[in-house]
Write a protein that binds this ligand. Structure first.
Ligand code: 5GP
Ligand code: MN
Length: 372
């Protein structure tokens, strides 16, 4: 399969969340910022939504910044990078994430300030790295935030456009790369703290600059962040080179039970395995990437039984095979080569469902190649 596929981007604004009250204002702001960007020569390559986002932030008095549940390095890095910029602007803000910060990202300055249940009066919500409202989890309280505009900043191809402003750029390798543009639009000078948080996002989402979307623009953004004081070696040490023994043991257990069929490789992690290895997190923590490195496989999957009994499904594919559509059909989302979903079923049922859906999609993609 040598051809890249991209799922149709569906932008559905979910009116049920009561955002319509702010729509007129947002539309007017968009027109205004478009006029401004047309007459201005500054940073002209970014889409107009970044101007609108910057304008809304300048006007806001209390900002709630949220990233997705089961946060990864891009979610946490983007959240904290933007937070430090808001701090420099003197903007009141709260940082929220429904789930705890994973151990590998606790080193980032400000990670201790992230709360699960934000309390306060907000006139703006900024959602980072999150493709649908459900994925903000308990950190986004629909009732208290009804009518508050949401800026949706994300790079997932499966983003459903749930915000009042949707700045969604699947060509960006990381949301942190977009936050860097936003911070520049806001006129906030970079410093080592902001730069470290944002570089953490770019490094993790590109798996250390190894994904196909690692373009010269990504390298250029990383260079700017290093020049502002971020240490590439410290970040890679924190996020890739060190992990608790419990994780090493768990990988060992999971890898010894690996299955391969028709170029799909998968394994499962159940509650008993986690307890026996002393592993307390809900995520497979990078295992799926390693699994998918097997030459005999094009797609890798890790099924993890979470503490709440649901099954986390983490999928990776070789370039040219799009698994974001499979994840989306199963109620999840992601990128063409890295996606996931959460299923309310047993491990065995999840395995059968995901494998069936994946096989169907691979056949469709193969057929599409033959037609074209
Ligand atoms: P991971 O396998 O690392 O958990 O996730 C891979 C990618 O898929 C990430 O970009 C993540 O945000 C996305 N993803 C994972 N699980 C879900 C899910 O349940 N829903 C959605 N919308 N996206 C998911
Ligand atoms: Mn991301």
């Amino acid at each position: 399969m040598g051809k890249a596929y991209r799922a149709e981007r569906v932008f559905l604004r979910d009116e049920s969340f009561g955002l319509s009250g702010s729509a007129g204002f947002i539309e007017a702001l968009k027109t205004k910022s478009q006029q401004r960007s047309e007459s201005s020569a500054s940073i002209s390559s970014a889409p107009d939504e970044s101007q609108t986002a910057a304008q809304l932030i300048r006007q806001a008095r209390g900002i709630l910044v949220i990233c997705h549940i089961m946060p990864d390095g891009d979610a946490i890095g983007s959240l904290l990078g933007l937070a430090w910029a808001l701090h420099k602007l003197g903007k009141e803000h709260t940082l929220a994430c429904a789930d705890p910060v994973p151990d590998s990202f606790v080193y980032l300055p400000g990670s201790e300030d992230i709360v699960s249940y934000p309390e306060g009066n907000y006139d703006l919500v900024i959602s980072l790295d999150c493709s649908d409202l459900k994925r903000l989890g308990v950190a986004y309280d629909q009732n208290s935030l009804r009518g508050v505009p949401i800026i949706n900043i994300d790079h997932h191809v499966t983003n459903v456009g749930f915000g009042s402003v949707n700045w969604v750029d699947p060509n960006s390798a990381a949301t942190a790369q977009m936050v860097l543009t936003l911070i520049e639009r806001l006129g906030v000078p970079l410093d080592p703290t902001i730069a470290t948080c944002l570089l953490n996002g770019i490094v993790t989402d590109t798996r250390g600059f190894r994904t196909p979307n690692t373009t010269p623009a990504v390298m250029e953004a990383a260079t700017r962040l290093m020049m502002a004081g971020a240490s590439m070696s410290e970040i890679t040490q924190q996020v890739f080179n060190r992990r608790p023994l419990a994780v090493v043991r768990l990988w060992g257990r999971a890898l010894s039970a690996v299955q391969l069929d028709d170029r799909i490789i998968w394994t499962e992690i159940n509650q008993a395995m986690k307890h026996e290895c002393g592993f307390s997190s809900d995520s497979g923590d990078g295992l799926v990437g390693f699994l998918t490195s097997a030459c005999e496989a094009d797609v890798g999957i890790v099924f993890t039984e979470k503490d709440n009994g649901t099954i986390d499904v983490s999928i990776r594919s070789m370039p040219g095979i799009d698994i974001s559509n499979v994840a989306m059909r199963l109620g999840g989302g992601g990128h063409p080569q890295a996606a996931g979903c959460n299923l309310n079923s047993s491990l065995a049922e999840a395995r059968e469902r995901v494998l069936a859906e994946l096989r169907r999609s691979l056949l469709e993609q193969a057929a599409a190649i033959n037609i074209n």
